[in-house]
Design a protein around this ligand. Sequence first.
Ligand code: TYM
Length: 328
Amino acid sequence: MANIFSGIKPSGDLTLGNYIGAITNFVKLQDEHNCYFCVVDLHAITVPQDRADLKKRTKDIAALYLACGIDPKKATVFIQSEVPAHTQLGWLLECNTYIGELNRMTQFKDKAQKNGTDGLTSGLYTYPVLMAADILLYDSNLVPVGDDQKQHVEIARDIAVRFNNKYGETFILPETYAHKVGARIMDLQDPTKKMSKSDNDKGCILLLDDPKIIHKKIMSAITDSESIVKFDKENKPGISNLLTIYSKITNLTIEELEGKFVNANYGEFKKALADELVTFITPIQNRFNEIRNSKELDDILDEGAMIANQYANRKVQKVMKKIGLIRK
Ligand code: TYM
């Protein structure tokens, strides 16, 4: 049995990309492993957040975890800021991370290149170290994430190796756990870009989108001029992305789907996908509405914070001892 940690930050509403890339693996792993699934609210504040929105989204994401099939009897579900050991370990690890390593993080580099570093916070810059703390705190063996987070799991591993060499065996070396197909769901309007909650509204499906909006977004997805439903990432990125989504929500293989739509035009294919998506998302939305404002959700998060605090506090004490931060 492995330890698993992963998180989603409430900087926007949950997307189909988050679901396919990350949550499907959370649900799969919870049956056999010791799982911690966190709403990483401290990561969201690396960029400005409206107070009320942040509060709302944090609970929305926790409720969506459950609505998507995470079972609190199998996995510990909690909010990052309710477990102070994350920031404690974050600082201890910052003092063991080099500026050069952070300079190589592509997410920060991309943001800095786009708009310069003026107005970017130091929290955004050191964010990968807090993420390393999240992971290492729970002795995580596997970290289920989408493609875009692989570099951050690698730096967590590098920090763990360095710490272990310096202070003796302390941290488990984590590994990324990602889908072969579906680790990067693309924007429906620009299939060369990752589907993202912070970008294009029309290109991104939200788990709480109205069925009519889902239909509209799928029907207006960018494709190509060929009208052949075939997976070809390089030459047909739009259709390949839609096929990936279709496959992930129905469990039909790409080949089965190519066969099923061999005589269909793009309009027919898109309509079938939109119908499947609505069929798949409606029960998630119904369950979300049942639990979002329930006492059940608060009870689950209270219990989750208690379990996570127990594990994390013990770990932080061990790490502090190794460093020499101990009076007796
Ligand atoms: P975040 O909140 O941006 O995304 C949450 C998860 O969703 C995946 N994801 C996608 N997968 C496939 N296609 C997409 N278009 C897509 N968009 C997002 C992400 O890869 C991620 O797995 N830094 C992290 C949050 C974090 C974390 C952690 C994750 C903080 N601490 C510790 C794992 C372990 C982030 O910003 O993810």
